[in-house]
Design a protein. Structure first.
Length: 140
């Protein structure tokens, strides 16, 4: 019985190692990002410890600039900051006009107890930005 359990664990581990990660690899029909800009974490949202994913739809012009942004979902305190950041994104130029993609901006507050306040911003291809805020301890 122990041998069977051991072989089962080894098989699961091997599958985990050899399963390709599709989230990191853009497909051929996805528009390449030339420049991604992280949104500002609004002070009122930081103080309120708002944690949410904001989806913003952008219309990409043929030169790769963003023409129109539209908040699809997410906390209202975060949507305007995401739309402003999305307008600064740049994509690969294309002969195709009015391409649309959805950008995801994830916000979280982590109370890690660090002595200095700290932002951590991570770009996760193809269209996601993660913004983490580690606030200062009380009395900072």
């Amino acid at each position: 019985m122990k041998t069977l359990l051991l072989y089962g664990c080894v098989a699961v581990f091997a599958l985990a190692l050899y399963t390709p990660s599709r989230a990191q690899t853009p497909t051929t029909d996805q528009t390449s990002v030339a420049a991604a800009v992280a949104p500002v974490f609004p002070a009122i949202a930081r103080v309120a410890h708002v944690k949410d994913d904001v989806i913003t739809e952008v219309t990409i012009q043929s030169d790769g600039t963003v023409g129109v942004t539209k908040g699809i979902s997410g906390h209202p305190l975060l949507q305007r900051a995401c739309e402003a950041a999305a307008k600064k994104w740049r994509f690969s130029p294309s002969s195709e006009r009015d391409r649309k993609v959805r950008l995801t901006f994830s916000f979280a507050v982590i109370d890690g107890g660090k002595s200095d306040p700290e932002y951590t911003i991570t770009f996760i291809p193809p269209y996601k930005i993660e913004v983490l805020w580690n606030p200062p301890p009380p009395g900072y």
